[in-house]
Design a protein around this ligand. Structure first.
Ligand code: FES
Length: 334
């Protein structure tokens, strides 16, 4: 039938179209359920179905264990109802800011090469977008039906324009096939968003921030740093940006200017492969070397999974409380 299915979750109920993913239905209805990757790789969005059936690709064992699958857990970002559903009441993550997911349209405002294989692209929005610093949107690749996630690098509240940092992935449909190959200023861009629960939570205004980025994982941290400084220009913020070679570094001047204008801001670019007069090695090791204790800070990490895991280890070694560690692992958007 073409009628939407109903999903009941405790006190909450949403309608889901026959080809719509459950997570999409919840977020578009303004009902927040935890979510991160929207690609079936993180497990954040799992829900337990008590009644009803879904169409879902087999989940990775590492994301949903066999036991969980037997208990009726599914990944809501991958599952389409094939009947009305009852699921266990959804856990509302009170630390996340809840913005309704929607379709967004705009046009390319600028395209700038900022480092080797790295572009900064801005999109002028047709209508303002509400989001929380750290979140992302999914860009539709024209003519393919596929989407790719990109985090906003601008802070919320700059209504007209979004900034994205985009790294070329050789052979990738989005980057090689479109963004690095023929994207033009003025062309229309279709997106959905905002997605994700990697959200700046200014829970304690006195808390300093440690921001660890790998590559273009810098984008959401730029948004977070800007939002944090808008709230408190004196806030202590330690930014570590890890890249392989000096030619991969970008936005250096932006961070140096920020550090010059804000006494609390420290910016440390680190090269993991290249040699130069600045810091070398991994960002986690730099934190260990620089900060005798990370107590009293909160941290945001975004980058490749290995970098994020090493960074989390370093912060824990320096006594950061695990609940103050926020992380976003990105799977490269090819
Ligand atoms: Fe669904 Fe990551 S697995 S949001």
């Amino acid at each position: 039938s073409e009628r939407p299915f109903r999903i009941d979750a405790g006190d909450t109920s949403v309608e889901c179209d026959p080809d719509q993913k459950m997570l999409d239905a919840f977020l578009r209805a303004g009902v927040w359920i935890p979510n991160s990757c929207n690609q079936g790789t993180c497990g954040t969005c799992k829900v337990r179905i008590s009644t009803g059936t879904v169409d879902t690709p087999p989940p990775l064992d590492t994301v949903l264990s066999h036991t969980e699958q037997e208990q009726g857990f599914v990944l809501s970002c991958q599952s389409v109802p094939t009947s009305n559903l009852e699921i266990d009441s959804v856990t509302v993550d009170s630390s996340a800011r809840h913005h309704v997911l929607r379709d967004i349209s705009g046009t390319v405002g600028s395209i700038r090469q900022v480092a080797d294989d790295t572009l900064t692209v801005t999109v002028m929005l047709d209508e303002p977008l509400e989001f929380t610093a750290g979140q992302y949107v999914e860009l539709s690749i024209p003519g393919t039906g596929a989407t790719r996630p990109y985090s906003m690098a601008n802070p919320p509240g700059q209504d007209g324009e979004l900034e994205f940092h985009i790294r070329r992935q050789p052979g990738g449909a989005a980057t090689d096939g479109w963004i690095f190959d023929g994207m033009t200023v003025g062309e229309p861009v279709a997106m959905t968003g905002p997605w994700g629960d990697f959200c700046f939570t200014p829970d304690d205004p006195d808390l300093g921030l440690i921001l660890l980025a790998g590559g273009t994982g810098l984008a959401p941290l730029k948004s977070i740093a800007t939002a944090a400084l808008e709230l408190d220009p004196e806030r202590e913020i330690h930014v570590y940006h890890g890249v392989r070679f000096e030619s991969d570094l970008y936005d250096v001047e932006h961070w140096q200017t920020l550090a010059a204008n804000h006494p609390g801001v420290n910016y440390t670019p680190c090269l993991s492969r290249g040699q130069w007069s600045g810091r070398t090695g991994y960002v986690g090791d730099a934190v260990i070397a620089d900060l005798p204790s990370c107590k009293g800070f909160s941290a945001y990490l975004c980058g490749p999974p290995a970098m994020v895991e090493a960074g989390v280890k370093a912060l824990k070694r320096r006594r950061m409380s695990p609940r103050r560690i926020h992380r976003e692992k990105y799977t490269p958007a090819i």
